[in-house]
Ligand binder design. Sequence first.
Ligand SMILES: Cc1ncc(COP(=O)(O)O)c(C=O)c1O
Length: 392
Amino acid sequence: MRIRPSNRAGWDLTPNAFSAACQRRIREGQQLLDLVQSNPTRIGLDTLTPVMLDALRHPASTRYEPNPLGIPCAREAVASWYARRGLAVNPDRLMLTASSSEAYGTLLKLLCDPGDSILVPAPSYPLFDQLARLEGVTVKRYPLMMEDGWRVCEAMVQQVVDSRTRAIFAVSPNNPTGSYLHSSELRSIERVAREHNLAVVCDEVFAEYVWKEDTDRVVCAALEADVPTFSLGGLSKSACLPQMKLGWIVMGEHVDQDTIHRLEMIADTYLSVSTPIQHAAGAFLDGATLARDMLAQRIQENLAVLEHSIRATPVSVLPIDGGWYACLRVPSVMSDEQWAELLVLEDGVVVHPGSFFGFPIPGILVIGLIAATNVFREGIQRLVARGEKVIA
Ligand SMILES: Cc1ncc(COP(=O)(O)O)c(C=O)c1O
């Protein structure tokens, strides 16, 4: 007897041509150069210090005293970490989660019934579809304006709202464009949210990875917005420690107490954040700056390699303001998927097709910027050589 999956788990499990090509190469024993590596524990940087590991042995962790929003000392540690960056987050307006992905699931449960919709930016984080589907929610996309550096356009957001829309999501800095929200864009989102009674959710997991000074940048939307807004963060990117499974939601001052109680009820159903990680949160966040600095340096080194390697070649890079990714433009003589497949099969180089992220134009390949620099250099050189061959 075979179990019949629910619609929400009823994915087509057949691998697409690109993943089939990767699997084939791996089966054949080829060492692939992974240019989309985004796991900071696999890039040769040691961000986990003995102090952090010791903190996991805190005596208080021998007891189980669950608190749905998170143990107060852990919420205070997260609030102090924001305070060190000049942001006044009230610990009572923080909810801890096991990851930002879990935070998405929690907020979708809070805000949406099955059949409702959320608005998400395009291009952006591909996991939106899966996260929403698992809650029975539909995703509608508002295009970011490429010619303005991937800005939010109010009319475009307005255009996709329908009677089932419950929330507007933003990602700042965005994965993969690296663009971030400016005050005027947050104002646009607020106007649409107010008119249609929608919540706002802003994924800020890459907030410490911005490469230029900009006083007009929105760093924590929940602290600035004048509509109910939730900002998401976590150790996964801020301390380069995805394995520690600690994320959080900042609830802005327009999120009312009734809503906070409902979030508490959802969290109380699962109580998914482990006690040791909560008692160690302060130590992890104290070490986050060092980890972030090491990763930022790696990104700058790889960016320098990239810029040098593509000079006077058919490959170019779109402007990057932040984040861990770069979007490359390659000759659009074939689809992005065909490019990605060709690079795996002929050159042993793994990149992501832009179409995975919903780019409005062909000829975009997405790469990560955190891989070990020797791997990154070799991968980019092979990619550029392929680009030259393709147009020869
Ligand atoms: C924009 C964005 N948000 C969230 C996540 C996931 O973070 P977490 O590990 O906290 O679930 C990622 C992971 O790459 C991401 O790119």
